[in-house]
Design a protein around this ligand. Structure first.
Ligand code: ATP
Length: 632
């Protein structure tokens, strides 16, 4: 063949500056593209063999070798696939009538935001020019008597095609790393990029550094005899997720998790996705240990297309709440090179997302049903995720709503219907909850003393979640343990004593308002069954939620103004201190004592309800000291 020179027919003056500019943020994508092309070339060849079009040696090892030559400043991608003839180079490489590039230009030429590009637009082979000043192709086709070709292009629109010298079937793509490729003049960088994109590619991928092969291929074994060590491929050609779930062991699942996510904490459990119809999807989703810090935990869901890494954490494909998980999903039906706007509007993608979330819900349900003990053990780690999912996805909520567990103050786990059923005599359709078991210890004790139980909802997601349940289940109401005192804790006031009781209550109201200088304080006198309790503060559930909201938005600079407090101080008539106050409040010589008791009772009640502010705390400590001094 005579040397052929020509111009690449691109429907734009020069695509290379555009490639370089727009794909800049995903500079390393060329590795994936060139290895994928090599892999495709091998697959095509093997297909031809199965069709009887070509006869292949039975012992041929199909592989892709990436070779870095520091001296020559080149990076070469070699495969032993189908190869290219001159005609094919002309057709597939020279005439870049490649629709991918045209689409790319049309879609992105006016857009300034490179983030818009998932980075995987179909530029294939030409992405090599993102890092190479000059690219060569040396290839020999599988075809009988094919002439090897040598193609060179320096990144402009000019190319040169001539006879080559490759003697074995396959292709070398040689990249002369230019200034733009200096990041890749580094063996570690090249290797880690191969690992990022090609960990599960179906043919073995080897990395070699010219001049450094020797030192790596010998190793001293225990008998001090040098033995040649076979180089290891960088990838796993049959990743676990491609196997049938029934063929995988727990150990294999755990090892796959460790190797893929470099996470040495064991996952809690996993879901093996395996679907052939109506779309093809395989993968494994792992539930990592989340604990209480789920806000800070970023999951990692890697999306693959036929074993080629596409992207990570694409929320269009994977429901957002599942992004707290770690996993791999391989969906060959999804285009490899897609734009985000395409994904957002694609019905097929929505189906994938729905399928994944359904599978997760099903797995949780079956775990709850078949292995309650493990489900309860995992609950502390998985509940934020399940609740988050329930808030985000109605269908998911409907599936999991009956397997939401509540840890009770008695220490066991119940589902909502069980809690309601076993407490219906004491408080029908009402769920008492604790947000801070330490702070609210006094209330919990009161509950326990009366054989009552509350559920512990101390995670930041719980408040939003209970509002959601209330909206969905209109007759169920949640009340924090300090929202009110149930009748179970009180004794009835005898009719004959009612007037005297009311008078005492009025006196105490006045007294506390005056002593505490709180005109609007609400004081209520009750006869509680337990004498030990002197005073408690209750705050109506609605008011507290409003206050919490106000605090939250206040912090965010969107204050709703100070919410009026709706606290009530409940004094227990049967308690000795309260009785002392009532009996001696009018006596001049007891005035100081009464004042001290009132202030102290109020602080004690307040402390069980919420933390004291700095001023109140200082006063509380001073007062405590003076009380102790009096006893000396
Ligand atoms: N290593 C190779 N061996 C044989 N043929 C190749 C090789 N690399 C590229 N080709 C041929 O060149 C064509 C163009 O490659 P290019 O990577 O630009 O696009 P593509 O692989 O068809 O699609 P994509 O843009 O999604 O990568 C391929 O379709 C293939 O026919």
């Amino acid at each position: 063949m005579s040397i052929e020179k020509g111009s690449l027919s691109i429907h734009s003056e020069n695509i290379f500056p555009i490639i370089k500019k727009w794909l800049y943020s995903d500079h390393d994508i060329f590795v994936r593209e060139l290895i994928s092309n090599g892999s495709d070339a091998i697959t095509k060849l093997r297909k031809l063999a199965t069709m009887g079009e070509v006869e292949l040696p039975s012992d041929e090892a199909y592989k892709i070798v990436v070779r870095y030559d520091e001296k020559a400043d080149t990076l070469t991608f070699t495969d032993n696939g189908i190869g290219l003839t001159a005609e094919e180079v002309k057709k597939y490489i020279n005439q870049i009538a490649f629709s991918g590039a045209e689409d790319f230009l049309n879609t992105y030429k006016d857009k300034a935001d490179s983030e818009q590009i998932i980075g995987h637009f179909g530029l294939g082979f030409y992405s090599a020019f993102m890092v190479a000043g000059q690219v060569e192709i040396k290839s020999l086709s599988y075809k009988q008597d094919a002439t090897p070709i040598h193609w060179t292009c320096d990144g402009g629109t000019e190319f040169k095609l001539e006879d080559g010298d490759r003697s074995e079937r396959g292709t070398d793509i040689i990249l002369h790393l230019g200034e733009d490729g200096k990041e890749f003049k580094n063996a570690y960088k090249i290797k880690s990029t191969i690992e990022k994109y090609c960990s599960f590619m179906p043919y073995e991928i080897y990395f070699e550094e010219v001049g450094k092969e020797e030192e790596k291929t010998t190793e001293t074994d225990k008998d001090s005899e040098d033995k040649v060590v076979e180089p290891k491929p960088l990838n796993e050609i049959s990743p676990l997720y491609l196997k049938q779930p029934s063929e995988c062991t727990d150990e294999e699942y755990k090892a796959f998790y460790r190797d893929t996510f470099m996470d040495f904490k064991e996952p809690l459990f996993w879901i093996h996705l395996n679907m052939d119809y109506p779309f093809n999807l395989k993968g494994i989703l792992y539930f990592p240990k989340l604990g209480n810090e789920f806000e800070n935990i970023e999951g990692q869901i890697k999306l693959y297309n036929s074993q080629v890494f596409v992207a990570q954490n694409i929320k269009e494909v994977i429901p957002e709440f599942l992004l707290l998980l770690k996993g791999v999903i391989d969906c060959p039906d999804l285009p490899l090179n897609v734009s985000r706007s395409f994904l957002q509007n694609d019905g097929f993608v929505k189906k994938i997302s729905d399928y994944i979330s359904k599978k997760v819900a099903d797995r949780l349900k079956s775990l709850h049903k078949s292995d309650k003990a493990s489900y309860e053990k995992f609950w502390g780690d998985i509940h934020p995720f399940i609740k988050f999912g329930g808030l985000r996805d109605e269908k998911f909520y409907d599936k999991v709503k009956d397997i939401i567990l509540y840890k009770t103050t008695t220490g066991d786990y119940v589902v909502l219907s069980d809690y309601l059923e076993r407490n219906k005599d004491k408080h029908e359709n009402k769920v008492y909850y604790v947000t801070d078991p330490v702070q609210q210890a006094q209330y919990i004790k009161m509950f326990k003393d009366h054989d009552m139980e509350a559920v512990i909802l101390e995670h930041s997601i719980d408040q939003a979640f209970i509002s959601h349940i209330e909206a969905k289940t209109s007759d169920v109401k949640f009340a924090r343990i300090d929202a009110d005192l149930t009748d179970v804790m009180k004794e009835e006031i005898h009719e004959d004593d009612q007037d005297a009781h009311n008078a005492s209550a009025e006196q105490l109201q006045k007294l506390f308002a005056e002593v505490l200088s709180k005109e609007d304080i609400k004081v209520q006198l009750e006869s509680l069954k337990s004498e030990d309790i002197s005073a408690v503060i209750v705050l109506a559930e609605e008011s507290r939620r409003m206050q919490d909201m106000s605090k939250m938005y206040g912090f965010m600079g969107m204050g709703l103004g100070d919410m009026p407090s709706d606290e009530t101080l409940i004094l227990n008539k049967k308690n000795k201190i309260v009785d002392f106050i009532l009996t001696h409040q009018a006596e001049a010589d007891k005035k100081e004592d009464v004042k001290l008791f009132c202030e102290h009772l109020y602080d004690l009640a307040l402390m069980s309800h919420k933390p004291l502010d700095a001023e109140a705390m200082t006063k509380f400590i001073q007062r405590s000291q003076s009380l102790l001094t009096r006893m000396i």
